[in-house]
Design a protein around this ligand. Structure first.
Ligand SMILES: [Zn+2]
Length: 358
């Protein structure tokens, strides 16, 4: 692929500037765990960050400043005012413009590190696009807010022997796990099924920005160890770590070995990759439903004309917003929609069918 060659060339040039004395990375190169060789490896590395909300923003910000050569941000959502308390790559203008998070993140990173490659993918990671979206990646970082996408990442990573790092934060605590396929437990080893019943979410428990940054900092450091030393790096943590920045509780569960009988890493039954029974997704932190199974390219000018008589319509090149009390529908160019004002998938589907098409 010609673009990949161009990127490699850019990464090579970056390496030289990265190892010069008093360069951008000089204080990091002085750290003995990294050094010049480590910095070169970071410059050549390609990571994907799935979800660019609170943890994803923190991870992307840290790794971009550290000089990871290529960062691919994948996010389906747009910036809103309620994100600004904890999503460190966004500002008030991004929220006013409803910019897609992946686009806003790339713009912000370019302002503090224009020497690395940042790729923006405003897409929902699903079984049908996961191979294309994660192609050429060395390490996957979890910035998502739901187990459905995490199991999908886990299936993909285990199947392709690719490391990934699970990271989650809610309320005042954060959880993280390094998954090194074939060496450590995977997400399905530890949680064979996604948690049922009362599950805390950002919507019910709120979230402290410090909990996000604490757990993201730990995960970003594990990412550096992995990118520099590989999966056999001796300092990589082999536990599921949880920490609470409010109560100061701290716990670790061993994840040193894959579990016998694990659906994913022992039986290699990748049900999430096969897309078995994917439901509509209710997003975290909001009273909203996403319609994600459509493949319906949308002409925003035409849609604007069509929706004008029915409510208020605003659009830019990335998103179209349609307000019809009590609902707010955000449409993306590929036909995907986020419908705010309901948690009922049937209501959301019917609004979509009524105003966009069935
Ligand atoms: Zn497993």
């Amino acid at each position: 692929m010609p673009s990949e060659k161009a990127e490699q060339k850019t990464a090579g040039q970056k390496i030289e500037s990265g190892v010069q004395k008093d360069s951008r990375y000089s204080r990091q190169i002085l750290f003995r765990g990294i050094g010049e060789e480590g910095q070169r490896k970071l410059a050549a590395a390609k990571v994907a960050i799935v979800g660019c909300g609170a943890t994803g923003s923190a991870l992307a910000g840290l790794l971009a400043r550290a000089g990871v050569g290529t960062i691919r941000n994948i996010d389906r959502d747009y910036v809103e005012p309620s994100n600004l308390q904890r999503q460190t790559l966004f500002d008030e203008r991004d929220a006013a413009e409803s910019l897609p998070k992946a686009v806003a993140a790339a713009r912000k990173i370019a302002e503090f590190n224009s020497e690395i490659v940042v790729e923006s993918k405003t897409e929902d990671l699903v079984p049908s696009n996961i191979e294309a979206l994660l192609e050429g990646i060395d390490l996957i970082l979890d910035g998502t807010d739901n187990f459905e996408t995490r199991y999908l990442i886990n299936d993909y990573a285990v199947k392709n022997s690719l490391p990934w790092i699970y990271t989650a934060a809610v309320g005042s605590y954060g959880v993280t796990l390094n998954v090194l396929p074939g060496k450590t437990a995977c997400l399905s080893c530890i949680f064979p099924d996604s948690p049922h019943g009362m599950v805390e979410t950002c919507e019910t428990s709120g979230i402290l920005n410090s909990a996000v940054n604490a757990v993201a900092s730990i995960a970003a450091t594990e990412a550096l160890k992995l990118l520099i030393g590989g999966a056999d790096s001796p300092n990589l943590r082999k536990t599921l770590l949880s920490l609470d920045v409010w109560t100061n509780e701290h716990a670790e569960i061993s994840a040193a070995k894959p579990h016998a009988g694990c659906r994913a890493c022992s039986e290699r039954d990748f049900i999430h990759l096969a897309g078995v029974g994917r439901p509509h997704i209710t997003l975290c932190g909001r009273n909203s439903v996403q319609i994600h199974e459509r493949q319906r390219p949308i002409d925003f000018n035409e849609m604007n004309r069509r929706l004008q008589p029915h409510g208020t319509v605003k659009h830019n090149e990335f998103v179209l917003k349609f307000f019809r009390d009590p609902y707010e529908m955000t449409l993306f160019p590929d036909g995907r929609a986020i419908i705010k004002g309901t948690t009922d998938a049937a209501v959301a589907r019917s609004l979509y069918a009524r105003y966009v098409g069935s």
